[in-house]
Design a protein around this ligand. Sequence first.
Ligand SMILES: Cc1cc2nc3c(=O)[nH]c(=O)nc-3n(C[C@H](O)[C@H](O)[C@H](O)COP(=O)(O)OP(=O)(O)OC[C@H]3O[C@@H](n4cnc5c(N)ncnc54)[C@H](O)[C@@H]3O)c2cc1C
Length: 403
Amino acid sequence: MDLHSGLPYWIVKNELFNYYNPLKTNLKIEVVIIGSGITGALVAHELCKAGINCAVIDKRTISTGSTAASTAQLQYEIDVPLCEMKDKVGENLASRAYQASLESIKDIQKVLKESKVDADFKNVSSIWLASYKKDLKLLEKEFEIRTKHGLPVSFLNNLELAKQHKIEAPGALKNKEAAQMDCYAAATGLLQFHLKKKELELFSHTEIMKWKELGSGYELLTESGHTIRCKYVVIAAGFEAGQFLPKNVMKLLSTYALVSNPVDQKDLWPERSLIWETKEPYFYMRTTSDNRMMIGGEDEDFQNPVKRDDLLREKIKKLEKQFYKIYPDIPFEVDMAWCGTFSSTEDGLPYIGTWPGKKRMFFALGYGGNGITFSMIAAQIIANELSGKKDERAEIFGFERSN
Ligand SMILES: Cc1cc2nc3c(=O)[nH]c(=O)nc-3n(C[C@H](O)[C@H](O)[C@H](O)COP(=O)(O)OP(=O)(O)OC[C@H]3O[C@@H](n4cnc5c(N)ncnc54)[C@H](O)[C@@H]3O)c2cc1C
């Protein structure tokens, strides 16, 4: 699958983790993690911390799948607002999903700190704008239910929004719990941290083609004909995980992102908030550590990479126009643009855990706009399960919830 095209900023900003190590022999190990993106890296981190012997296998250059294209905004708000999610999965499960999402932002920060990875992690506020007056009703309902469940949120009317954030819009929900980071630096940094400590085996350019369930685990077959025997497999294969699933659980989409040239720090908007809107197609914006503005959205309901790439120029113009509607006086000169595959699930929640009846294959599928925070939750749930600890969050994100 062609996960992204164009020029994702992170691949240019960071030095490439130039690691070439295809598997050239058969291997026996306790846990194999398929995928070296942010999900695989976080799973590896949690397993190494728990003293579990593991290897990460990737068919590409390390962490160059969706992770390299991510705009990496970390928000506790999930694609489906809590006031709507409660009708899909029940209020209890929905509010617990939101709480777990909130906690995961702090956990990502902790993981980066304990492994001394500099991934430009920065706490920022999050502003969810009502694009139209009619959307205020949704924000009011959402404000009410989030307040009821003790989630951090405040309501800004149009005057407060103009005064505090210099935005002309009917109103917004705000919280100060969001963050942003460089996802590629985080993933490659974590993997290198554990490689250096000799706690992890890492194989690039090694594709898993087939797998066979054995009584005591799995036997995986690589494209070069080598076998890997393990007790457990963790599928952290991102939007390409469909090949390991008995049934399709997500819808693949296309999304677009661009980054501006750096501007003077004083020209950036107040608090450098993450800003996103109620309207469809989706629009969002953030800043980077070198004072660029990164904006994205304009999702399309298909995954075909040729069709997706054909629209890139048109989407750049549309995204720029959306930006100027919010901040007409900030100069935005496009420097790099890219597009990528994205996905969503019916209830807005990821899939984490084993497929019913297959107890040794764990899925860590952080589908949706909160892919990274979901990756953190998946890593903890899987590490807990493999260490024999019960994790109450497993039932929120498990496959059983939709069966
Ligand atoms: C433009 C864009 C903006 C985004 N913005 C945000 C955001 O603001 N906030 C957020 O939380 N999320 C965001 N996301 C989503 C987020 O980036 C993803 O959820 C996350 O990067 C997925 O990480 P991953 O490790 O699961 O997948 P990937 O990074 O794709 O890694 C999976 C790896 O598995 C490997 N693989 C697959 N199949 C096999 C196989 N058979 N054998 C060996 N290896 C295999 C692939 O080569 C790949 O490297 C965005 C995504 C895009 C594209």
